[in-house]
Design a protein around this ligand. Structure first.
Ligand code: FAD
Ligand code: NAD
Length: 468
């Protein structure tokens, strides 16, 4: 009954959890001839996260930065099964994964369990709230596509409510005060994009309100963008100053309320600041399914940052049957798309080697029972090859540099350059940022959509319809 999973009993089953940077990069490079491949993810698409803040202000339309996972899998040599579901449990003893359809509409069957030979765990991370009161109820996140759409909707709602006849000046100021929490790259890029929306569009559409729009960026640490060089931090801060974006460093958000944020200021005093919108970009934490899996290996999986893996991305304790990559792991690398995608491409090579090894081991078993002299020769040949295939090359990360958009058509770039670092900022870097992201987009279709959106906004401005 129902569609069956592609199954060739001579091949091992590879279950991939996730359709983000790590999983999609793996799928792009994977030779599906080697395995029965099943992809399970609550999103049936890949989201190009670096351009998500541009969607939040309407510079790009949502579909331009999505790529349906089936666009990747349909070009594969063998059929790959894509299942829209969330993994709820992994049992490393029985080597099974349980998943459930968590979408709005469900059929009679909405949860099931399947076996795997190898599991690729690439479920990413979720937003860290530190259990700060009111964050989940009142703030918007900037992680998923729905978050960007929600933020855009609320932002436009704030503008229209501020434009309501008879609104007091204080209330207009509150509604138009946008607070971005977190001075990491997400918070910085979002603040920059909000500023562009204000300067390039809202000044003409809402001339009476534009002067009241205020953007505040709150960061608990002494400086924003700790992963960038000092020179680029200074450049970002001065660009924000010119753009009249307030940066509040050494300031911690203690609570988010319906119409305000409660801040702990550098002198430890507490202030309640009225605002219309709070965007929470305070970093990552592990998903429940990741924590639950780690709890099954209590002796070795003790790192609170994520899954501990060896140099070949094998989850410690799993006996080489679970590989983990990307934001759900605790490695020496930052949780970035760049790392996850290189890990995905690396795993495709590892899995090809493992498939070869598994195939030869199977052949060796067949030959064990034979007494033919040719069989002995072949056995010896296979045994030699197996020794070579046993050893996997460790993952090596090659840092291509860090790039971030800071608004006002300026970007910053920390690039590895002749064994040193080249720090660039400005309009040329902005063009470099655009071309770098355009070329990183996985498909020609997405490149054309994004380039067309940029052109559209240049010609007609951003859309201010409050429709979603
Ligand atoms: P993800 O890409 O998050 O993918 C996780 C996948 O798992 C998703 O498909 C999700 O739907 C799926 N999933 C979730 N739960 C389950 C479950 N229970 N079962 C099965 N599947 C599940 N990095 C950069 O290097 N450069 C940038 O410019 C950059 N910009 C960013 C901008 C924003 C706004 C954000 C939020 C992040 C940005 N990053 C950037 C970081 C980058 O997006 C992450 O490091 C990257 O997505 C990690 O890849 P991943 O595969 O581990 O996780
Ligand atoms: P982050 O962890 O880099 O930054 C979050 C910031 O929020 C931290 O600086 C933290 O001090 C601050 N913070 C936490 N709680 C706070 C509170 N209560 N009050 C005030 N400040 C608080 O998170 P991110 O920016 O979402 O980035 C996540 C990962 O994605 C990083 O590895 C980052 O490099 C990557 N990323 C990269 C790019 C890029 O390269 N352009 C863009 C976005 C994200």
């Amino acid at each position: 009954p129902g569609p069956q999973l592609p199954h060739d009993p001579t091949k091992k089953t590879l279950v991939i959890l996730g359709s983000g940077w790590g999983a999609t990069s793996l799928l792009n490079s994977l030779d599906t001839i080697d395995y029965n491949v099943i992809v399970i993810s609550p999103k049936n698409y890949f989201l190009f996260t670096p351009l998500l803040p541009s969607v939040a202000v309407g510079t790009l339309s949502p579909r331009s930065i999505l790529q349906p996972t089936r666009y990747v899998t349909r070009h594969k040599k063998r059929q790959v099964t894509v299942i829209e579901a969330s993994a709820t449990d992994v049992d490393p003893i029985t080597k099974t994964v349980t998943f459930a359809d968590t979408s709005e509409i469900q059929g009679l069957v909405s949860t099931t369990t399947i076996p795997y030979d190898y599991l690729i765990f690439a479920v990413g991370a979720e937003v860290q709230t530190f259990n700060i009161p009111g964050v989940r109820e009142h703030a918007c996140f900037m992680k998923e596509l729905e978050d960007a759409e929600k933020m855009q909707r609320r932002f436009l709602d704030c503008l229209e409510s501020a434009a309501f006849p008879g609104q007091t000046v204080d209330e207009i100021k509150r509604l138009l005060h946008m607070v971005v929490v977190g001075g990491g790259p997400t918070g910085i890029e979002l603040s920059g994009e909000l500023h562009d929306f204000l300067e390039q569009d809202l000044r003409s559409w809402y001339p009476e309100l534009a002067e009241h729009v205020r953007i505040s960026l709150v960061e608990a640490l002494p400086s924003v963008l700790p992963s960038f060089s000092k020179q680029l931090i200074d450049y970002t801060e001065s660009t924000f100053k010119e753009a009249k974006i307030d940066i509040l460093t050494k300031t911690m958000v203690k609570e988010v309320r319906d119409k305000s944020v409660v801040l702990q200021l550098p002198d430890k005093s507490i202030a309640e600041v009225p605002c219309g919108l709070v965007v929470w970009a305070a970093g990552n934490t592990l998903r429940k399914v990741t924590r639950d899996l780690m709890a099954k290996f209590p002796d070795v999986q003790t790192n609170r940052r994520g899954i501990a893996v060896d140099e070949c991305l094998r989850m410690l304790g799993s006996n080489g049957t679970i590989f983990a990559l990307g934001d759900c792991t605790a490695t020496s690398y930052a949780p970035t798309a760049q790392v996850a995608s290189q890990q995905g491409a690396y795993l495709a090579r590892v899995l090809a080697q493992i498939a070869k090894k598994d195939e030869l081991e199977l052949r060796l078993k067949e030959l064990q029972v034979s007494t033919e002299p040719e069989a002995k020769e072949e056995r010896e040949h296979i045994e030699k090859r197996l020794v070579k295939l046993e050893k996997l090359r460790p993952f090596k990360y090659s840092h291509q540099g860090s790039l971030a958009y800071i608004g006002s058509e300026r970007a910053i770039a920390d690039l590895p350059f002749f064994n040193g670092n080249l720090a660039m900022g400005g309009v040329a870097t902005f063009l470099f940022w655009r071309s770098a992201y355009l070329s990183t987009l996985f498909s020609m279709r997405n490149r054309i959509l994004v380039a067309t959106d940029w052109l559209y906004v240049k010609l007609f401005g951003r859309d201010v319809s409050h429709y979603i």
